[in-house]
Design a protein around this ligand. Structure first.
Ligand code: GDP
Ligand code: MN
Length: 391
């Protein structure tokens, strides 16, 4: 789960990391009042959406007086912000964060993620942070300092001393950097985050560090332990179909292709998507109807897949382990009974009672249902039909 910058900064402060004073608002009329109460002579007006790259796309603007604050607030609130991370459809801005402006001397990047091969959280630091961090990572990855932190030892001063020296910081700056790194590590482990990023981490004219931007992603599987964090969820920022699917215990992720996929089990769903790609197609979604899929979940799955106008064909790939294939076959027929599905549905059912299932589907005589007993052949046919080919 992702949260907004203003929420992430609230959490940073709780872990001892300084951020500029600021306040969130969704009312453009209120913006100059908010800025006035924050004080100072310069403000940053920042679009609050769950995507980065706002700075380069007009979602972060600096104001030098209250009139400018008001103008920027009006321009940003309600705009459809398109950044490299939102996709071409963009994201509607419903909230802005107004914060006291900072005079930047240097921009660093500071982040923590899990390094699966090292089996440890890794702290990442770059002397060149800010809006060009992707470029640094792509072109000069050596500049990014990575420090694996053994969770049995935790983050210690020596970790940061080494990194600080590499960054060319003096003793006092290293001490301050430690406060940031420690806070980041404690937040990451304490709140079960999967990514915590401060970019830019800024060195100010006064020689102090301050977190100018914050991004936190949480591990959904641990949210039950952190009600406060779970309450920060903003459904407006999430794909509505994904939220709807979640209510029925389905995991659905919308993608950009035209082959709708309905699969049971995350591993088989990934495999199905891989095979579709391998034969030259593009999956429209990831959908795991669960290991114990029922007729109801299958019906809901169809509804969600069909809501995506890009879908030209549906590929059902279900392995009957816990679930019996004949039940699924009946579920498919029930799901499409009475609906006007006029796209091909390729069904590959294998496992318990697969022959009975195929018999049921054949008997139904629905011309849109095509059975296949092989994953690769089924995928190939789906891709061919999605591209406008003949059966
Ligand atoms: P992002 O582009 O979505 O990551 O948004 P950021 O919050 O990182 O802002 C983008 C850039 O705007 C930063 O890298 C800074 O260079 C600049 N910026 C943000 N706030 C301030 C500020 O208070 N003062 C100045 N001078 N620049 C700022
Ligand atoms: Mn940023």
């Amino acid at each position: 789960m992702k949260i907004h910058e203003y929420q992430a900064k609230e959490l940073l402060v709780r872990y001892g990391i300084p951020v500029p004073p600021g306040e969130m608002t969704d009312n453009p009329e209120e913006a100059s009042e908010v800025a006035k109460s924050i004080g100072g002579g310069m403000w940053a007006i920042k679009a609050q959406i769950h995507a980065g790259g706002r700075g380069k796309s007009g979602g972060v603007r600096l104001a030098r007086n209250l009139t400018e604050v008001s103008e920027h607030a009006k321009a940003i609130l309600g705009m459809n912000l398109v950044t490299p991370q939102t996709g071409p459809e963009g994201q509607l801005v419903r909230k802005i964060y107004i914060e006291s402006g900072v005079d930047i001397v240097r921009e660093f990047y500071l982040g923590m993620v899990l390094d699966r091969s090292a089996e440890m959280p890794v702290l990442m630091l770059s002397p060149e942070g800010g809006m060009e961090i992707e470029k640094v990572a792509a072109e000069t990855p050596d500049k990014i300092i990575k420090i694996c932190v053994d969770p049995l030892i935790g983050l210690k001063k020596f970790h940061i001393f080494e990194a600080g020296c590499k960054l060319g910081l003096n003793k006092d700056e290293i001490k301050e950097l430690y406060v940031f790194a420690k806070g980041l590590y404690d937040l990451y482990t304490g709140l079960d985050a999967s990514i915590v990023e401060i970019n830019p981490l800024v060195l100010t004219k006064e020689g102090r560090f301050i977190a100018l931007d914050a991004k936190i992603v949480f591990d959904d599987n641990a949210l039950f332990r952190h009600n406060e964090v779970a309450d920060m969820r903003d459904f407006y920022e999430e794909e509505p179909a994904e939220t709807e699917a979640g209510k029925y215990g389905l995991s659905y992720v919308k993608l950009d292709g035209n082959v709708g996929c309905m699969v049971n089990g995350a591993g088989l769903a990934m495999t199905t998507m891989d095979v579709i790609k391998l034969v030259g197609g593009e999956p429209a979604n990831f959908l795991d109807v669960g290991g114990s899929a029922s007729a109801e979940t299958v019906a809901k799955g169809f509804e969600i897949i069909l809501n995506d106008p890009n879908v030209k064909v549906i590929f059902v790939n279900i392995f009957g382990g816990i679930v019996r294939c004949d039940r699924i076959a009946n579920g498919i027929l029930e799901a499409i009974y009475g609906t006007e599905i006029n796209i091909p549905i390729i069904v590959r059912l294998d496992g318990t009672n697969a022959p009975e299932a195929l018999e049921i589907l054949k008997k139904a005589g629905n011309p849109n249902i095509i059975t296949s007993d092989r994953l690769s052949a089924g995928a190939r046919l789906a891709v061919q039909l999605a591209a406008g080919g003949e059966k």
